[in-house]
Design a binder for this molecule. Sequence first.
Ligand code: R5P
Length: 261
Amino acid sequence: MDWGMKNRLSRIIKKDGHTVMLAVDHGYFMGPTTGLEKLDETVKPLLPYADVLMPTRGALRNYIPPETDIPICLRVSGGTSILNETNLLHEGIVCSIEDAIRLNVSAVAFSILVGQPFERDTILGFTQIIDEANRYGIPVLAVTAVGRGLGKDAKYLSLASRMAAELGASMVKTYYCKDFEKVVETCPVPIVIAGGKKIPEKDALEMAYNALQAGAIGVDMGRNIFQSTDPVGMIKAVNAVVHKKYTPKEAYELFKSNKKT
Ligand code: R5P
């Protein structure tokens, strides 16, 4: 692995081997989703507690000041919207590697939809972006977005995550599930978990904790932070679970105490 790739990965995965990635790329297929209506106002107070920001190129250019000092993992796959029920997440390349380089990113993110009828399209697009990104020492985060009607069990997530790694991903983002250690054990690259739909903060913190215990290196969480009743309190609590080994109880107390400050 070239110095450049190692340097970029060191910006994503901190010295303790863990990372808190703040996912705010939802607009590429969900538009102004709840909590991201004014993305700049939402994100600004959260940045001090995030290690990485995961936006789209349009969000980066229109909402994030260029002097912002945080590594970027850029969403580069897309092509459908939430209105496209039958073909949701049938994604291809929507941002060139040249534009990603122009944006000085530390990594790019691409979704593969293993098990969907259009899986091949997403996988071929994924490997094309890997070839282009790796040419410039840019790591690729595979997003094994779970397609509709596909299980979120360890068997499926292990299949999707291992495929992503075998195809060349430097990191994988997947979802937490029961027996998650089986997903980690069969994946040769670091795994972070997405938060998924908004759930009670206490449950989201427990999920993050359990994922870390099972071997995930961190989270790439969005809705469970920016749709929280207290987004700053929530990202502080998630950061404490990931980097300070807080238990879910301790982290939830931290979340609740933030509201009082
Ligand atoms: C949606 O597919 C986006 O890629 C998000 O980055 C991903 O789902 C993580 O965000 P959340 O924690 O809201 O699921």
